[in-house]
Design a binder for this molecule. Structure first.
Ligand code: ZN
Length: 101
């Protein structure tokens, strides 16, 4: 199977993650063997990926902890808002009932 440069570059992310089917991987390998431009592209792609994950493990744990805390605060805020609305609805219903008497 022959693929062009555009197809090869579309496949590179999956090739890097080893998610390609054997036939697609073979086609991409064949293309890379004959195409210096795509080999360079793959090299740059890998280098870029490495830059993206340069978060030290400690920082990542801290970020996920912060996200969890943020979510808890949001849940409390939403719960409080619902409670206030429910109380308001009950009070309004009670007052409405009284005014009819
Ligand atoms: Zn190419």
């Amino acid at each position: 199977m022959n693929i062009n440069c555009e197809m090869a570059r579309d496949l590179l992310p999956m090739y890097k993650d080893k998610c390609l089917s054997p036939s697609s991987e073979e086609a991409l390998r064949e293309h890379l063997e004959g195409c210096a431009a795509c080999r360079r592209y793959l090299h740059e792609y890998k280098a870029r990926q490495k830059d993206d994950i340069l978060i030290p493990p400690g920082d990542f744990a801290d970020i996920s902890r912060r996200l969890r805390r943020h979510r808890t605060v949001t849940e409390i805020a939403v719960g409080a808002a619902v409670a206030v609305l429910a109380a308001y609805a009950v009070i309004k219903t009670l007052k409405g009932g009284q005014s009819h008497e």
